[in-house]
Write a protein that binds this ligand. Sequence first.
Ligand code: ZN
Ligand code: FE
Length: 265
Amino acid sequence: MTLHITAIAAFADNYIWVIGREGRNDVAVVDPGDATPVLALLKESGRTLSDILVTHHHSDHTGGIRDLLTAFPEAHVIGPDNDRIPALTMRVQDNQEITILGCNFQVLTVPGHTLDHIAFFTEGDTNDSQPFVFCGDTLFSSGCGRLLEGTYAQLLHSLQRLAALPEKTRVYCTHEYTLSNLRFALHVEPDNIDYLERMKECTILRSEGHPTLPSTIGVELRTNPFLRCHSDSISAIIQTQFGPLLASELDVFARLRQWKDNFQA
Ligand code: ZN
Ligand code: FE
């Protein structure tokens, strides 16, 4: 049996990920900001909804929950312990193991973008050795979420936690931000070959109408400046740009995040 993941595009640049498992008729969805395209897909494919996974409380990740429950009242709603998320049936904590479609997932708390933010990680099912992670708005391909509720230290630690997952882990984030993230990455490090190659590859994917996701942790370690704040290259660039006293990885990360906040791609 194999898990397979499908993207539903929603709003301007969201993806609602649909998790299915061979031999089963039910599916799980991640961060359904909008119920309409999910209900259309389920209707068309004759599938039912067993679980709704929620990474954090923002409405573009939760706005479809109530309408999905109207159609599938039995579905579980699994997310962090936050009353701003509607209709939770299971409030999960760090390192908690949960079962989705008969497959084990681990909850990772990854605060920073919001304080309640979590990610869902699985090694895959028994015959599918490639792990994957649903990381919401924490880690994006070549970028990271804005710091809205937490501290820079929290967000950096959360990204380090995701970066420590196996390199082959497929990364399913909630937004298609890759090209604009790469424009910023190349603004910071114009000669970085890995960024240039990833830009080429993702430009083709987008021009053909495909998502640039999933990425992998291995790709992100090479092409995501926010995972490279310990590198001599980024550290030297930040010191040239903002002053020589910014030596620690956390200083570099905070300046890089602020730089991107003010960058028009
Ligand atoms: Zn968000
Ligand atoms: Fe979002």
